[in-house]
Design a protein around this ligand. Structure first.
Ligand code: AAO
Length: 511
């Protein structure tokens, strides 16, 4: 009886930190700005067969249509109602996607924008993705409904009504983030309205939420609406499953608000991860890959079981948010693949892979003047994700998650799941290697000279297919082969000019 009680307490505690992925799947992918129809197809044709655990989707609710600039990606962060009705599709299309993805064991996580409504200076009218009327000037959102009482105008203490100083936690939580009308989450009506929106999504079958701009809400106010959430839909999840919660909090240190303020509510985005990993792999500030030996809490990151990690996100890949110039993206493909490979091989945190669209990046005085450009579209309608003969994507969808090196490391992470980091090796510079128990081993050469080393892999003897340079198909390997001896050692040779200067082997790619 006491054990049972203990177990159930443990279960309750772990609840909102658990992504509830199926079949030992250990990562998710953000399909930024994709249409629901395309996501449904991708779950069936690619994500499930390759072991992806879930998808973070763009905000599904109705938003302000912005025409100046013309349909920027960021208009989706300006809600006008909680109708499921966006450029990605209708509620029916959303429901069909959730069902089709759940049916193949791929979870859907919704980007929930609940800190605010649209910008205060957006004109009143029906320029919205579902045609609902709204009037930001008078704080009127009848399609919710919200009115003046439901916003923080009276509570904010700055003269501009905007966040002016990130060292003042009150401002950050009670004032407007770049003009966005700040909801009064201390009110039960607002909390209940948000919970009703999220519960609607839960009833459809979503598995959890990325909570946008969490830093701008009081953790206690968030807890109040999170406590109102229902358990997940039992058509796909075990009875009593709680929604997975990961909160977007930017904490690079040096501000009033800390990630740890939010641990009680769920996981938190670890922004130091991508900023530091980018610095190391670019070899800036005297950083070396050898220093990654104590990566994770040893780098003063949050505890691993609270962290949601990523190399880049939809903001910092284009200079929004935080992280700065060190952030690696698909634009720096060679280094990016190493960074994502490292993230997926390393046990720290729960990882999210980014999947982007291409835009006409153009720098003026160090700033990308096209950082606003929205997804590939025809007169505003988002373009389909077409698939080329070589399995890459067309129509300017980058589909990093389909790059062989990244897809195979998603699989690697599933294969080594539960194994601790073992057999660390480095040359004191930028050549490193480590294993995950007796299941997998990875070697990087980011130095300006060749790597030629005999290393302990911890793997059973045999011939393995390197999943970075190729694939195992039938009993053949289209890439480099690695021979592990009876003593577990193998000889690795990686030229510094190799297309991808890293090698990864695991027990499911043994020939
Ligand atoms: C748009 C227009 C605005 C206009 C507004 C209203 O661009 O000019 O005023 O509409 O009409 C996205 C876009 C915004 C867009 C918004 C609404 O990024 O450009 O505004 O949609 O359409 C802060 C928040 C963080 C937020 C991030 C962008 O804390 O929550 O800004 N991210 C999320 C979403 C994002 C979205 C929103 C929130 C809003 O992911 O896509 O905005 O829904 C410091 C603070 C950070 C702060 C940054 C940027 O960071 O610490 O908390 O992030 O500043 O303001 C170093 C420091 C680092 C610092 C950074 C930048 O790296 O170490 O701490 O420098 O100074």
């Amino acid at each position: 009886m006491r054990l049972l009680l203990l177990l159930s307490v443990f279960d309750v505690c772990w609840a909102q930190y658990d992504p509830r992925t199926k079949c030992g799947r250990t990562s998710i992918v953000h399909l930024f700005e994709w249409r629901w129809d395309d996501i449904a197809l991708e779950c069936e044709r690619y994500l499930a067969p390759n072991g992806f655990g879930g998808v973070q989707v763009s905000p599904p609710n109705e938003n302000a249509v912005i025409n100046n600039p013309l349909r920027p990606w960021w208009e989706r962060y300006q809600p006008v109602s909680y109708k499921i009705c966006s450029r990605s599709g209708s509620e029916d299309e959303f429901r069909a996607m959730v069902k089709r993805c759940n049916d193949v064991g791929v979870n859907i996580y919704v980007d929930a924008v609940v800190n605010h409504m649209c910008g205060k200076d957006v004109s009143a009218g029906t320029s919205s993705t579902c045609g609902s009327y709204y009037n930001p000037g008078s704080r009127d959102f009848p399609a919710v409904p919200y009115s003046g009482w439901d916003f923080n105008d009276g509570k904010c203490q700055t003269s501009s009504g905007e966040i002016e100083n990130y060292n003042d936690a009150n401002q950050v939580r009670d004032c407007r983030l770049s003009g966005l009308l700040d909801l009064a989450l201390e009110k039960d009506y607002v909390r209940s309205t948000i919970a009703a929106y999220l519960n609607h999504l839960i009833s459809i079958g979503v598995a959890g939420f990325r909570i946008d701009a969490s830093k701008h809400m009081w953790p206690g106010d968030m807890k109040a609406f999170l406590d109102k959430l229902n358990n997940l839909n039992t058509s796909w999840f075990p009875e009593g499953s709680r929604p997975f919660i990961y909160q977007e909090v930017i904490d690079l240190g040096g501000e009033a608000i800390h990630s740890s303020d939010y641990f009680g509510n769920g996981r938190v985005t670890e922004f130091k991860y991508g900023a530091k990993l980018g610095t190391v792999i670019r070899k800036w500030d005297g950083e070396k890959m050898a220093y990654l030996k104590n990566w994770g809490e040893g780098w003063s990151f949050m505890p691993s079981d609270k962290a949601l990690v990523f190399v880049d996100n939809h903001d910092n890949q284009r200079g929004h948010g935080a992280g700065g110039a060190s952030i690696l993206t698909f634009w720096d493909a060679r280094l990016y693949k190493m960074a994502v490979g490292f993230m997926l091989a390393h046990p720290y945190g729960f990882p999210r892979v980014m999947s982007s669209f291409k835009w006409p990046r153009y720098f003026e005085n160090g700033k990308d003047v096209n950082d606003w450009v929205g997804p590939p579209n025809d007169n505003g309608t988002i373009k389909q994700v077409t698939i080329n003969a070589d399995t890459t994507c067309g129509n300017d969808w980058v589909c990093e998650h389909r790059w062989r090196q990244i897809r195979n490391m998603v699989i690697f992470r599933n294969v080594v799941n539960g194994q601790s980091l073992t057999n660390w090796w480095d040359n004191g510079s930028n050549q490193i290697a480590f294993g995950r128990g007796n299941k997998g081993f990875i070697v990087f050469n980011n130095d300006d000279w060749a790597l030629n080393s005999n290393l302990q892999t911890g793997l059973p003897a045999g011939t393995y297919c390197d999943v970075i340079s190729g694939d195992k198909s039938d009993n053949d390997c289209t890439g480099i082969q690695v021979h592990v001896g009876n003593d577990g050692r193998a000889y690795f040779s990686i030229c510094n000019s190799a297309e991808d200067p890293f090698i990864a082997i695991h027990v499911n790619a043994k020939l």
